[in-house]
Design a protein around this ligand. Structure first.
Ligand SMILES: *[C@@H]1O[C@H](CO)[C@@H](O)[C@H](O)[C@H]1NC(C)=O
Ligand SMILES: *[C@@H]1O[C@H](CO)[C@@H](O)[C@H](O)[C@H]1NC(C)=O
Ligand SMILES: *[C@@H]1O[C@H](CO)[C@@H](O)[C@H](O)[C@H]1NC(C)=O
Ligand SMILES: *[C@@H]1O[C@H](CO)[C@@H](O)[C@H](O)[C@H]1NC(C)=O
Length: 474
């Protein structure tokens, strides 16, 4: 009898321990628990993603992806005039949807272009504020890409194109609110005390896209009018992190309700084009656009609105040096093309990263983010291990490589750096340049002066910014 009780005790104890452990690793639906989840490591390593804004707004492709809102919400005169001039009376926003044809959309071709950029993740709008879902959602009757327009599952096709042909991570943008959804407007009129829209639409959609497409990024947006309790954001995130098919790999952003950006969730986006220029404590992302005036494709963009490669590399350098990821947006056309200027920027970026990727991928911020005397020099660093084989053993020496991304070629051929204090053994070389290490000297007053050789233009390692690698710094 005593023995039985003993065994029973041990059993109860083991079960209790097991439950305690299970509970400890489960996230609770509150911010202190959700915020404590470590960000999956892949995200900080990859540094660069491509954002894609595609939807019914790509049909008028005029102004911006906020077309419907400017037309019928803000009643912008330029949009009202545009509609009067170009469309028959009585034409509604819904009438644009059949013209969202996507007949030239080839997910494999997109995958190849996106991969060529050197970016390592993709974030596609599954649904923007207009409410049109780019997948056959069960809760978006006749306002989705299978019923109207393309008659295709755009999300599913791009996911499979990306996964078949690249090792990029596939992510989805999702707008919580919809400008004109009647249930949303009713909840809003009730001061968000009712939650009909969330229960019927926003949350079911999130569960649908996670279950069907297993996105590795959930990029939430359109959250700001209502508190996170209205959206049940912590409830969804607890499920996402505990029980969803992507629970261990998924990363999320911070747009989960008014007041949450820059405070709660996964990585911080704070606001569009966030680029603080100083080191941040929490992992963050700078989401920005190649067409500086719009996220969706707009036919009325002048050439000057498109970022040059110099501007793009500058933004990349500033962002990565300060611990951020860069999410670079393109807007495809209604018929499914990535226009040549977007394609060119993406391929140019890829060509730069082929030479200079060591300074970007898996890098860490250094003790200085930019130089202290010369403007437009941004630093990153990386742990290195150099191994040499001897007869009987391999000797490995760990160190840190420091990279300086130099945006302006020094006019005098001499680059003064205040932030880098060299030792005798310090070496400086330029990534992609085979002509050997650069000569340097100590700078009076601290730092160093690096001599740039006269490299013939046809032997330049790259065209837009040059990277110096420093080894053996003290
Ligand atoms: C939030 O979750 C944590 C577990 O991480 C728990 O200890 C805490 O009591 C919860 N807080 C609230 C207010 O429910
Ligand atoms: C990806 O590969 C699967 C399996 O071979 C195939 O069924 C699917 O159509 C491919 N996707 C694309 C976009 O080609
Ligand atoms: C919030 O989400 C959780 C997890 O899906 C669910 O269990 C809970 O019922 C939801 N709460 C409300 C108020 O909708
Ligand atoms: C370095 O960056 C900071 C913050 O962006 C800026 O204030 C400072 O002027 C920069 N330093 C130089 C030498 O340009």
């Amino acid at each position: 009898m005593g023995r039985m009780i003993h065994i029973l005790f041990v059993l109860v104890f083991v079960v209790a321990l097991w439950q305690l452990r299970a509970n400890a690793t489960r996230y609770q639906p509150n911010w202190s628990s959700i915020d404590a989840r470590p960000l999956p490591g892949w995200y900080d390593d990859v540094k660069i993603g491509i954002f894609i804004h595609w939807g019914v707004f790509s049909v008028p492709s005029y102004g911006s992806e906020w077309f419907w809102w400017y037309w019928q919400g803000a009643k912008s005169k330029s949009i009202i005039d545009f509609m009067k001039k170009n469309y028959p009376p009585g034409f509604t926003y819904a009438d644009f949807a059949p013209r969202f044809t996507a007949e030239l959309f080839d997910p494999n071709e997109w995958a190849d272009i996106l991969k060529a950029s050197g970016a390592k993740y993709v974030v596609l709008t599954s649904k923007h504020h207009e409410g049109f879902t780019n997948w056959p959602s069960k809760v978006s009757f006749n306002w989705n890409s299978m019923d109207v327009g393309p008659k295709r599952d755009l999300v599913g096709e791009l996911a499979s194109g990306i996964r078949n042909r690249t090792d990029m991570h596939f992510g989805l943008y999702h707008s919580m609110f919809e400008w004109f959804h009647p249930l949303y407007l009713a909840d809003k009129a009730a001061g968000f005390k009712t939650r009909k829209f969330v229960e019927a639409k926003a949350v079911p959609e999130l569960y649908e896209i996670v279950t069907a497409y297993k996105p590795e990024v959930i990029w939430s947006d359109g959250d700001w009018e209502a508190p996170d309790t209205y959206w049940n954001s912590t409830g969804f995130l607890a499920w996402l992190y505990n029980d969803s098919p992507v629970k261990d790999i998924v990363v999320t952003n911070d747009r989960w309700g008014s007041g949450t950006p820059c405070h709660h969730g996964g990585y911080y986006t704070c606001h569009d084009r966030y680029n603080p220029g100083t080191l941040q404590k929490h992992k963050w992302e700078n989401c920005m656009t190649i067409d500086s005036g719009s996220w969706g494709y707009r036919r009325n963009a002048p050439l000057s609105a498109y970022l040059s490669m110099d501007q793009l590399i500058q933004t990349l350098a500033e962002t990565v040096s300060c611990g951020g990821n860069l999410l670079i947006n393109i807007g495809p056309t209604h018929d499914g093309r990535i226009i040549p200027i977007f394609e060119e920027r993406l391929r140019q970026l890829g060509s730069w990263l082929k030479v200079n990727g060591d300074a970007i991928y898996s890098s860490k911020p250094w003790k200085h983010q930019n130089d202290t005397v010369t403007p437009n020099v941004w630093y990153t660093s990386k742990k290195t291990e150099k191994c040499e084989n001897y007869v009987s053993t391999t000797l490995c020496i760990g160190g840190t490589a420091v990279y300086a991304i130099v945006l302006d070629w020094p006019k005098t051929g001499l680059l003064e750096l205040g932030a880098v204090s060299p030792a005798h053994t310090t070496t400086v070389r330029m990534l992609g340049y085979s002509g050997g290490p650069f000569t340097w000297s100590k700078r009076p007053g601290g730092g160093m002066v690096v001599e740039f050789p006269n490299i013939p233009t046809n032997q330049m390692p790259c065209q837009w910014a040059w990277v110096l690698q420093f080894d053996n710094l003290p």
